[in-house]
Design a protein around this ligand. Sequence first.
Ligand SMILES: [Zn+2]
Length: 215
Amino acid sequence: MFTYNVDSFLEKELVQIREFFYDFMAGFTDKSFCKMLRERKEWLPPVYISDEVIVIPKGNGPFDKQLGKSIKKGYSVFIYHEAVKEYCCIFHLENEYESVLSMVLAHEFFHSLHRIWDERAFLQDASPRTGISMERKHQLTESVADYFAYSWLESNADGDYEMVAQHRKSLWQEYASANWPYSSALVYLSDHKKFFEILALLKSNPAMAYRKLSS
Ligand SMILES: [Zn+2]
């Protein structure tokens, strides 16, 4: 299952993820966000598959390699193929490989759109916005992207997607006490409105967004 060409799969998947994104964000009526979406109508990020392996130093979660990334240049998405395979092997999701790829793609897709709208949320400090550390900002941006990816998987009728979503949720729960940045996505599960509130606050008042996330 690890040998076939992933490009056409990702291409097809990305179009569906975008469609889901529009539905998912429909309740977010922030003016500048809606404007950004209108300007980016039908836009999709360029996606690159990379064999690079990037180890996360001082990782505090269940997996220490970066699965993907979204960069500022072209708001492109990278998928770290080798790390995705390893993720599947470690967690016995070999048969759900495509669904794991889809999760990573949705996560990075969300980062790209989020980044276009709120670049400062991704900047290393010194930004003029004080009162919040890079680590906390990271926790906020990761929690929203992971929640989106989880919701995308859950929206899909395919049983493999459901399995990968439930597995991801179990990791959030297991590593919540270790302060794994993605674990913060748990708060949105019981309160979907908070997802929009935190997105808006992260742009306008990140310190407040962090307080809201932790409350
Ligand atoms: Zn991320």
